[in-house]
Design a protein around this ligand. Structure first.
Ligand SMILES: [Zn+2]
Length: 585
């Protein structure tokens, strides 16, 4: 039986000691954040020294595997099915301790954390949850695939990121720092000592300004303005670099150290040039934890929900991410990419009373998503749908007739309000690199909205209007297009497009290229086609005998071509060839 190795959901490194399987090290000692009969809890410490896929740990948080006669139970984790109703997410004991330290003195919000982890897919070539990024350097992103495809490949190997092998919680080199003799770093002053507007400010105000600046900016200001030179000698400034959310907050041991400790020296001593791998991994994991904290900070509001059962004779138009089944035997089975729907909220919008609409966003990995929508009515009442962030984008709405959407496989990434068929220029969220659709643009005012959520963001959005619209048949308006819909002057030949039904009802983005150029200007230069097949046609490349053809006309589809069957069609007839039809099978 092949070994079952999973990665820690916090640091992304494996929970198994390849180098010394029989020893007890930080790498193979773990806890599990798990659910059992609607209760979310964290286990005591278990050890994974036999990669047989049995995750066994004491359910008592204070117990350990090496206690005398520990009571232990098995728990299904990640893509395994639950065991006796217990299912969860494994993490190193060291990483959980670091998470507790980041939240101290508050407790870790276990329910919210479980909800967010439940929303993350488990890529087919991965060994842990995917945040949609490189997870601090341990995940390879295959850019030969589209952003909505299962493209995250685990590479938690020591050769890729040697620092990841080091215990991020117990770092002996950090404890040694307080006993080192501080050295005085070299001082580099401003380029020119000239009086400027800042010279009129008192010293206290200069220091106060610097406390709000990232260190790199503060030190650059010091080089540009002689008034800021004093921050280099300010204990208050350097102490602030070690506080929560500052760039040395990961050195939490220093919070307990003597206040007379030279923080300027300590900052210099722990810059990248002077660090060990253990310190590098502390910073890497701490930053991953801070990212998780930002995700967990959104507030879920379920105070409002309308009853839409009585709404008959309305037609909903809906756009969703790549929704995967909510219930299944193994909770992450079939969830290599995409999203899951956990809750739905509805709102009936009183006619002519919508005054503003506010959007909350969340960053997950490298991608921004819409997390919640607040409808503000003319008398000041508000209807909150989903999560709410401190900062919202608020748009004035006089006659809202729909939305243009940018939709990734994991949820709604951008929303553009449409008023009387005219889109507002501004997008809420970030539409970049996501398929777009005009499916939710109506001919009249929106009568009701239906919004679906996973554990942290919007995964589906539907609108209804009071007059049932004619059946939406235009491929241009109802499909998801990447990177954007074709221009109005291009005939799409909708009737003969074989994927029309699935492209307009499911999450199945369409890509296109105008390989002949406007008016077929490049067709005379076309000398061949290459088709890459991997189970099905994955991409088509167009070859020209001219350098002037732009890159976007040369290829449609993405995939690796090494080792894959590529078929070439040269166009080499004495008078060229004429393509009069194309048949796909
Ligand atoms: Zn870990």
């Amino acid at each position: 039986m092949s070994p079952v190795i999973f990665c820690c959901v916090i640091c992304g490194y494996v929970i198994y000691d390849y180098q010394d399987p029989d020893s007890a090290s930080w790498v193979n000692q773990f806890r599990i954040l798990y659910s059992s009969r609607e209760i979310i809890a964290v286990t005591g410490v278990g050890i994974y020294d036999d990669p047989d896929g049995d995750w066994v740990a004491p359910l008592d948080f204070s117990a350990r595997w090496d206690d005398e006669l520990p009571a232990t139970d098995e728990i299904g984790v990640l893509r395994q099915p639950p065991v006796d109703g217990r299912y969860g997410f494994p993490l190193h004991e060291a990483c959980w301790s670091l998470l507790e330290k980041a939240y101290s003195p508050e407790p870790v919000p276990r329910e919210t954390l479980f909800r967010v982890y439940s929303s993350l897919p488990f890529p087919s070539l991965g060994r842990g949850l995917s945040w949609g990024d490189s997870h601090g350097g341990l995940v390879f992103i295959d850019n030969n695939r589209y952003p909505w495809e299962d493209r995250y490949i685990d590479r938690a190997l020591d050769s890729v990121l040697p620092a990841a092998r080091y215990d991020p919680y117990h770092v002996p080199e950090i404890l040694q720092l307080r006993y080192e003799e501080p050295q005085v770093p070299a001082v580099s002053g401003p380029l020119q000592h000239t009086a400027d507007c800042f010279s009129k400010l008192p010293r206290e105000v200069i220091i106060l300004i610097s406390l709000y600046l990232p260190t790199i900016d503060a030190l650059n200001v010091r080089r540009a303005s002689g008034s800021f030179l004093l921050i280099f000698y300010s204990r208050q400034f350097w102490a602030s670099r070690f506080e929560t959310n500052a760039d040395r907050s990961w050195l939490f041991e220093s919070w307990e150290w003597d206040k007379t400790c030279d923080r300027r020296w300590l900052y210099h001593r722990t810059n990248k040039a002077h660090r060990t791998e253990g310190i590098n991994n502390r910073e890497r994991v701490w930053k991953l934890i801070q990212r998780t904290q930002r995700t967990l900070s959104l507030q879920w509001d379920e105070s409002y929900t309308s009853n839409i059962a009585h709404m008959t004779n309305v037609k909903w138009r809906e756009a969703t991410g790549d929704l995967r089944p909510k219930t299944r035997v193994g909770p992450l089975h079939g969830f290599g990419e995409g999203c899951r729907l956990f809750h739905e909220q509805h709102a009936i919008i009183p006619p002519n009373r919508l005054s503003h609409i506010a959007f909350s966003v969340i960053q997950l990995g490298e991608t921004i998503y819409i997390a919640g929508i607040r409808l503000i009515l003319s008398q000041g009442q508000a209807i909150q749908l989903g999560y709410r962030a401190e900062n919202e984008l608020i748009v004035s709405t006089t006659r809202l007739t729909g939305f243009n959407l940018a939709v990734g496989s994991r949820g709604i990434q951008g929303v553009q309000c449409v008023f009387d068929n005219q889109p507002l220029l501004q997008w809420a969220g970030c539409p970049e690199d996501a398929p777009r659709t005009r499916r939710l643009t109506l001919s009249g005012p929106i009568m009701a909205m239906k919004v679906g959520f996973d554990g942290c963001k919007v995964v589906s959005l539907a609108v209804a209007e009071s007059i049932p619209p004619p059946e939406c048949t235009s491929l241009r308006d109802s499909a998801f297009w990447y990177p954007r819909a074709p221009p109005a002057g291009l005939h799409l030949n909708d009737v003969h497009f074989t994927a029309k039904d699935t492209a307009t009802t499911r999450y199945q983005p369409l890509c296109w290229t105008m390989f002949g150029g406007r008016g077929g200007v490049y067709l005379r230069s076309l000398v061949g086609l290459s088709v890459t097949c991997f189970g099905t046609v994955r991409n088509i490349e167009f070859h020209y005998d001219s350098e002037e053809v732009p890159v976007e006309c040369r290829k449609v589809g993405r995939c690796r071509t090494e080792g894959i069957n590529v078929i070439h069609f040269p166009i080499d007839g004495p008078d060229g060839e004429v393509i009069d039809s194309v048949t796909g099978r």
